[in-house]
Ligand binder design. Structure first.
Ligand SMILES: [Zn+2]
Length: 390
């Protein structure tokens, strides 16, 4: 039992959080129940935003005065699966070896959540002039889905925080940008026939191949002549086809081929617009040709992923604050997506990404966070508490 006057240990909290197997396909309610009870026990106000299945929920937690804007510490509760990965330790049981805490989600991003929860009693005890909020989402790993109803909830209630720190693992570097992404699956429906009679069929794989080439040429053009942002490792917008499925036998003209493609865009480009342009090519050039041979042919498009990029000015007050709290001078941009772009775009909440751990360890076997990294994050949160008292 943790009572309000004992100091919760981030390591113990992390062990508890890791023990909840919150892969995105599973319910996160056991974790949510634990966090909610913990926060209430320490005097925080908790709002639970349940999804339409009733199996998942986001949390909006407030410490301090709720009638004025404050800062948000935000993390997702879900983790990626461990299937097919060769783990040295049980991924859902925290294991400490030489200052490293191994377990699924330790870097991405239960370590951050554990630190925030561990400091909740200090937040509650501090003479806060402005509130501190914890935002806990779900289904981040499958397309930043669960934070959207949470942001909508805040908008409905007219909550307009001063800024949001999204605790994805940046090694506590201040991250002011990430690329936006749009991805979709396109299914080409052709007409099957014996391959000996190939000209009488409509070859779905060959039409898909022309589409794939269009994606490739677009990506090549962006790499060659596109806008640049040198804060990114890959300083331009990228695009590619990563999934192709079609055909059943060499002697059958395939009547079906499904292609999965994506664009990841820097702020100067719109990933959805780029996808729309290649899809327009399919609709305007490929489909009429297919339908001239068989009106039943065509394409079906299913959006798979769609989230906005993050692009904050290095001079934004939140960036200056984050640097001061983290004791850092520099800033960076990262190629992976986070919920920060959604807070900024959908919620109109200034956002930066900063958290303990390393994205290079995330989504892999033997994911870990170092105790020293958790301590550095705790120092950051403590300075934010002090800042919120001023
Ligand atoms: Zn993450």
């Amino acid at each position: 039992m943790t009572s309000p006057d004992t100091r919760p240990d981030p390591k113990e909290l992390l062990a508890t959080l890791v023990g909840f197997e919150t892969v995105s396909s599973a319910s996160n309610l056991p974790l949510v129940g634990f966090v909610e009870a913990f926060c209430r026990r320490h005097g925080a106000a908790v709002e639970r935003i349940v999804d339409e299945t009733g199996q998942k929920a986001a949390l909006w937690i407030t410490v301090g005065p709720s009638d004025r804007p404050g800062y948000v510490l935000s993390g997702h509760s879900d983790v990626v699966p461990v299937e097919g990965q060769d783990w040295t330790h049980d991924p859902f049981r925290l294991t400490e070896v030489d200052g490293r805490l191994y377990g699924r989600g330790t870097s991405d991003m239960k370590g951050f959540l554990a630190v925030c929860l561990a400091l909740l009693p200090e937040m509650a005890a501090a003479p806060l002039a402005r509130p501190l909020h914890l935002a806990v989402s779900y289904d981040e790993e499958v397309g930043c889905l669960g934070v959207r109803p949470l942001i909508a909830h805040l908008r409905e209630r007219g909550v307009a925080p001063l800024g949001c720190f999204v605790g994805e693992p940046t090694g506590m570097a201040v991250v002011i940008g990430h690329k936006g992404k749009y991805g979709a699956k396109v299914t080409f429906r052709g007409r099957a026939c014996h391959s000996a009679l190939a000209p009488t069929g409509v070859n779905a794989v060959e039409y898909a191949a022309r589409f794939i080439e269009r994606v490739r040429l677009t990506a090549e053009g962006l790499a060659r002549d596109g806008a640049r942002d040198d804060l990114y490792d890959v300083p331009h917008t990228t695009g590619l086809t990563a999934l192709v499925q079609g055909g059943t036998a060499l002697n059958i003209v395939p009547d079906r081929c499904t292609v999965g493609f994506e664009f990841r865009a820097i702020a100067a480009d719109d990933p959805r617009g780029l996808a729309d342009a290649v899809l327009a090519y399919a609709r305007d050039a490929l489909v009429p040709e297919m339908q001239a041979r068989d009106p039943g042919c065509g394409i079906t498009v299913e959006p798979v992923i769609d989230y906005p990029g993050l692009d904050v000015s290095p001079d934004a007050p939140l960036v200056t604050l984050a640097k001061r709290l983290a004791g850092r001078n520099g800033h960076a941009k990262v190629s992976y997506g986070t919920e920060a772009g959604l807070f900024q775009t959908l919620g109109d909440i200034p956002s930066v990404v900063i958290g303990p751990g390393d994205i290079a360890r995330a989504h892999k076997a033997d994911e870990y966070v170092e105790t020293a990294e958790l301590a550095e994050c705790a120092a950051f949160v403590r300075r934010l508490i002090a800042e919120s008292c001023a």
